[in-house]
Ligand binder design. Structure first.
Ligand code: NG1
Ligand code: ZN
Length: 525
């Protein structure tokens, strides 16, 4: 049974502020000073989740990704390194909002009953955090939660979000035939380095890649990685690596800044046709960019990465003499030009925003490539695809490369470091610079704006968020405008992470995309 006395006492040391919390697409995420009680309670929930799953290792990551430094957040990671199953999101919300210590105990009891949890099963929880100054205090709250329910956690310390996902999967597959790797950061770096070395061997070296680490955890991770891989194989210039100056994290830099502003971080001099990329604050997103010889900025976002990677993997599969279908999963935010380009080459699916939707849809392909336009994505190989590749009787360079590609990719979740190695691999093999990569298609001019409304829950959508159902009449209004716009496409959806509604529009020209009054008058993101 639960040690109610201990839990009540410890809980009283983590008082709940007068705020309603919701476990959304990115877990709990808000101002760090509101999160102490939430994270204590997440410790309790993680323990229950582990017990429910027969003692499998559950992950907890403390981060607020690309949000400002003053924010923080927390999310749970399920045993194979995937996001917490959505059926448990309501439990998380229920615990976070319990008003008193008594109500917290009652909520725990309800969950134990509803989910049929055997409390005698021992639980294990591995947890990590990003570089935010609020992390150490919040991690203490988490440890307090774990301790009060009798769980000894494994501290992973300072890690990128994808590293934590990697560790969880490694712990749970150790000693099985799905073993994913050694459950240490060293194991992570060695796995990626070995795979990339295989892929880069004998290839003509590319000029150095400049990386903006958003002054976040990507910086120490990248430095640790570059110390285990030869500079002759991967020349890197690491920038925005200041993780100690207060306020620097995600400030005027990082993947989200570059994607939404469609410009390089201020102070970056783009040498024409050199490669640049930006990570986000927890290093699970990446976008590339470059300047042409006129100094014009070009963004190579998640859509461009998906196209590059899908094409490369399809060619390898074919060269290796295999028959494995490659599919691509996008969201409504994918640029229309990318969708047109991809649908002519591969099966393509559109799903609602949020990694879990993309991940899930990608699992239905033998090889599923998924990327959000903002640079979050990865490639999933089905168990059948993996064994087909591993057991193919005819060895060839293409087969060896395909095998290494499955190792260089972090198949648990989007991973800036791993995705970077994948992009570099394709460019090396194709002998392409960013210009050749970009030439596949030209993005349609687009605009994404936030609209602050009284009640975002009044907005509901269908068709993978491409049609707004309520408020009534809104969709007809959108269609009336889109209908008279060349290559026009637009949709309205409530954000899952912020208190606003997002409006996206694209069209044949910049003027048309900005066109109709409402868009141009709103503050651009
Ligand atoms: P919302 O706030 O639901 O639009 C945002 C991003 C998603 C995803 C989540 C975080 C856009 C337009 N939306 O979601 O792609 O990254 O945050 O999980 O970039
Ligand atoms: Zn992130």
């Amino acid at each position: 049974t639960l040690n109610e006395v201990v839990i009540k006492h410890r809980s009283s040391l983590h008082p709940r502020p007068d705020v309603t919390f919701a476990y959304g697409t990115a877990g709990f995420r808000t101002s760090a000073d509101l999160l102490d009680s939430v994270i204590f309670r997440v410790g309790l929930l993680a323990a229950l989740r582990s017990k429910k799953l027969g003692g499998k290792v559950i992950g907890v990551m403390v981060t607020a990704s690309h949000n400002p430094e003053k924010d923080n957040g927390v999310k749970l990671v399920d045993p194979m390194g995937e996001m917490l199953h959505s059926s448990w999101e309501a439990y998380a919300t229920q615990l976070a909002n319990a008003l008193s210590a008594e109500a917290l105990i009652a909520a725990l009891q309800q969950i134990i009953l509803a989910a049929e949890i055997d409390l005698t099963v021992p639980a294990t929880v591995v947890y990590g955090h990003d570089t935010r100054p609020s992390c150490p205090g919040l991690v203490k709250a988490l440890e307090d939660g774990l301790e009060s329910i009798g769980v000894k956690g494994i501290a992973a310390g300072l890690v990128t979000t994808p590293q934590l996902h990697y560790l969880v999967r490694c712990y749970n597959t150790q000693g099985t035939k799905e073993a994913y790797g050694e459950a240490t950061l060293e194991g992570y770096y060695q796995k990626l380095a070995a795979a990339y070395t295989t892929l880069a061997k004998g290839r003509h070296l590319l000029p150095a890649l400049t990386i903006d680490c958003a002054n976040g955890v990507g910086a120490p991770a990248l430095k640790a990685f570059s110390s285990v891989i030869s500079h002759d194989i991967l020349p890197l210039i690491i920038t925005r690596d200041d993780t100690t100056t207060r306020g620097a994290l995600n400030s005027e830099c990082g993947a989200d800044y570059v994607k939404t502003k469609q410009q390089a971080p201020p102070g970056t001099t783009l040498v024409p046709y050199q490669r640049y990329c930006s990570y986000d604050g927890d290093a699970d997103r990446i976008v590339y960019y470059y300047a042409d010889d006129k100094g014009v900025f070009h963004l190579l976002d998640g859509d461009k990465i998906a196209g590059l990677v899908a094409g490369f993997i399809m060619d390898l599969v074919k060269e290796a003499g295999l028959e494995l279908e490659v599919g691509v999963v996008q969201t409504a935010y994918a640029n229309g030009a990318s969708t047109e380009y991809l649908t002519n080459k591969v099966p393509t699916t559109c799903v609602p925003t949020g990694v879990k939707h993309l991940h899930h849809a990608a699992e239905s392909y033998p090889i599923g490539v998924y990327f959000e336009a903002n640079g979050h994505g990865t490639v999933l190989f089905s168990p059948t695809a993996l064994s087909t590749i591993a057991s193919h009787p005819t060895p060839s360079p293409a087969l060896a490369n395909l095998q290494a590609v499955t190792e260089v990719i972090n198949q648990t979740v989007g991973d800036a470091l791993s995705d970077m190695l994948l992009v570099e691999t394709v460019l090396l093999h194709r002998k392409w610079g960013p210009g050749e990569w970009d030439a596949a298609y030209t993005d349609l001019p687009n605009r994404l704006v936030k609209v602050f409304v009284k009640d975002r829950y009044a907005f509901s959508t269908e068709d993978a968020e491409r049609k707004v159902v309520t408020p009534e009449g809104l969709q007809a209004g959108v269609e009336a405008i889109v209908g008279k716009t060349e290559k026009g496409r637009s949709f309205v959806r409530p954000s899952g992470t912020e208190d606003c509604v997002r409006v996206y529009a694209e069209a044949a020209t910049r003027e048309l995309a900005d066109g109709e009054s409402t868009f141009s008058r709103r503050r651009a993101l």
